[in-house]
Design a protein around this ligand. Sequence first.
Ligand SMILES: Cc1cc2nc3c(=O)[nH]c(=O)nc-3n(C[C@H](O)[C@H](O)[C@H](O)COP(=O)(O)OP(=O)(O)OC[C@H]3O[C@@H](n4cnc5c(N)ncnc54)[C@H](O)[C@@H]3O)c2cc1C
Length: 320
Amino acid sequence: MRGNVWVFAEEPLEESLKLVAEARTLADSMKVEVDVLAFDLKEEPEVFGRYGANKVFTCRLEEGENIFRNPIYAETVSRLAKTRKPALILFPSTPNGEDVAARVAAKLDSGFISNCLEIFFENGVLKARKPVYEDKAHAVMAWTGCETAIATMRTSLLELKESRTGRPKMVRVEPAKVDVGVRFAGRIKADPKLVDVSEADVVIGVGRGVSPESMKLVEDLAEALKASIGGTRAALDKGLIPYERQIGISGKKIAPKLYVACGISGSPYHTLGIKNARFTIAINLDKSAPIVKTADLTLIGDVQTCIPAILKKLGGRRYG
Ligand SMILES: Cc1cc2nc3c(=O)[nH]c(=O)nc-3n(C[C@H](O)[C@H](O)[C@H](O)COP(=O)(O)OP(=O)(O)OC[C@H]3O[C@@H](n4cnc5c(N)ncnc54)[C@H](O)[C@@H]3O)c2cc1C
């Protein structure tokens, strides 16, 4: 009998719920169930039921234990997997997800495919599609000869879809006793401006319509919105952004909650990279620019006057 599809959940929960919904579709095609590993989550684990979970394994480490938890999670998941034999354990493609997944794969001596865009079941074989060559091509890979497949998956492109109404079965699991050997010594907050544009919740895009002098305004807006700065090929050519911040067909594909396009015309080469942005605001002098048709909201005007006006609304003292 084939094993179930497991999902390792982490906070923020919305991303893990998308993963559970994706696992549900896969499990249906395999005619198996979806089990969620809900370790140390603040939310009530029942919520996973709505997105397709049949069972939730909960596990809670002592409050205030100032330790690096991933080795404990990995050992706990591996022990559970050795007895329950899931067909696949799916982790979010996040720093923690990748870390725990790699440890579990090593402990189970399993095949591990990271950063998957899609996982599917074809002719009795589990396969995954993943980007290669910096997203310029996709490879399809298949797991062979391992009882439990291990994968990490990008959640930014997945849909959050509810599928069931039933309450999942709850199973409490004791955390494994592991000598971790390291502990957290402290936390340093990341500067949102330095976050990769493909991972940021808010992105400001700059184009040819932004002058080098206006970049200070863009940086102030980025600070106010906790945004990462990217831009067009033209902005790259003008030296406003480095290559790794170019967005578009030959740059990064982004999926932020908010994209603010400043002085960008909306060439298809650029808009292909922003099609998964949830809400786009364009600032442009020209009301016939193509971006005006695709943006959710447009400010017709000069970036040099529109950005200070936004900052004033946001309460920036210098712009009051
Ligand atoms: C093979 C190939 C691959 C490419 N890959 C990419 C890619 O990955 N990403 C990418 O972005 N491009 C890419 N391009 C280039 C693309 O075709 C466009 O040339 C580019 O996106 C245009 O950038 P832009 O919108 O900044 O500049 P423009 O098209 O020149 O637009 C500037 C806009 O700014 C507005 N504007 C001017 N001054 C102001 C102001 N003061 N205030 C407000 N608005 C103002 C103008 O009205 C105009 O709409 C590629 C091209 C090719 C051929």
